[in-house]
Design a protein around this ligand. Structure first.
Ligand code: IPE
Ligand code: IPE
Ligand code: MG
Length: 246
């Protein structure tokens, strides 16, 4: 039975989030510069997006650049930004062919002007697509996002638009950059690291975590399918007992 046939289409995660890690080590293994790893990471992104569409995953959120990644060597940061611009313009056709709507979360104003512009263009172009929403987390960190949300909520209370007793979990969610999106049910991290690195901390409160030693440039849709198969074998209890669920 193929991997795809092993997946129950009625129990798909609506939202899958991915921490794409291991580009640098992949390049190093091959005696190349880190940037070579990032370039090859694009192939993995394309295949994963196409795999998500093939499967019927409605939301795919990829961690592409963290707030902390600004602390990398200047040359690597610049190369990543260049790669982002060229990839977005080259891959817009792939997005259109697959009916994928592009979205972005993070401190987008901190990106170089060219990146921000390219991103906005691609988002506008793909805005009517409905198969899948692909969200890129760029200059993103969860603590940044939660801090921003807190500020916005505080301002509303100050201005009398919101009463502090009306602040609910829904209100907090609605002020995050993922407002309107369902929380990820499945979170994948590649490269064998077992940490979250400031990614979607609020949103993954009840996500199933899946770790694979595979380095990101080697990741393909089959790996996504395997993660979904693993996800479907788990019992999601949400604090209840197994007996309550059955
Ligand atoms: C992930 O790969 C890509 C980004 C963080 C931009 P890394 O560049 O972190 O690769 P490793 O972890 O050093 O191997
Ligand atoms: C997390 O990877 C960020 C992205 C995948 C964009 P890192 O490689 O930056 O994470 P740490 O520093 O090892 O935790
Ligand atoms: Mg890394």
């Amino acid at each position: 039975m193929s991997l795809l046939e092993q997946i129950d289409k009625d129990r798909l995660p609506l939202h899958v989030a991915v921490i794409m890690d291991g580009n640098g080590r992949w390049a190093k293994e091959k005696g190349k510069l880190r940037v070579f790893g990032h370039q090859n990471g694009v192939v993995a992104v394309r295949d994963t997006v196409e795999g998500a569409v093939e499967l019927g995953i409605k939301y795919l959120t990829l961690y592409a650049f963290s707030t902390e990644n600004w602390n990398r060597p200047k040359l690597e940061v610049m190369a990543l930004m260049e790669l982002l611009v060229s990839t977005i313009s080259k891959e817009t056709k792939t997005l259109m062919d697959n009916g994928v709507k592009l979205n972005a979360i993070g401190n987008l104003n901190s990106l170089p002007e060219k990146c921000h512009k390219q991103l906005k263009e691609a988002m506008e172009k793909t805005s009517a697509n409905t198969n899948c929403t692909l969200t890129l987390a760029l200059s993103y960190s969860s603590r940044w996002e939660i801090t921003e949300a807190s500020r916005k909520i505080a301002e509303k209370v100050r201005d009398g638009e919101l009463r502090s007793e009306d602040i609910t979990e829904e209100v907090v969610s609605a002020h995050l950059s993922t407002a309107g999106m369902p929380d990820p049910e499945l979170m994948i991290r590649t490269s064998g690291e077992h940490r979250i690195s400031n990614y979607l901390l609020w949103q993954i409160a009840y996500a199933e975590l899946y770790f694979t030693p595979k380095l990101w440039p080697d990741f393909r849709r089959q790996d996504l399918f395997e993660a979904v198969i693993d996800y479907q074998k788990r019992e999601r209890r949400f604090g209840m007992t197994s007996e309550q669920l059955n």
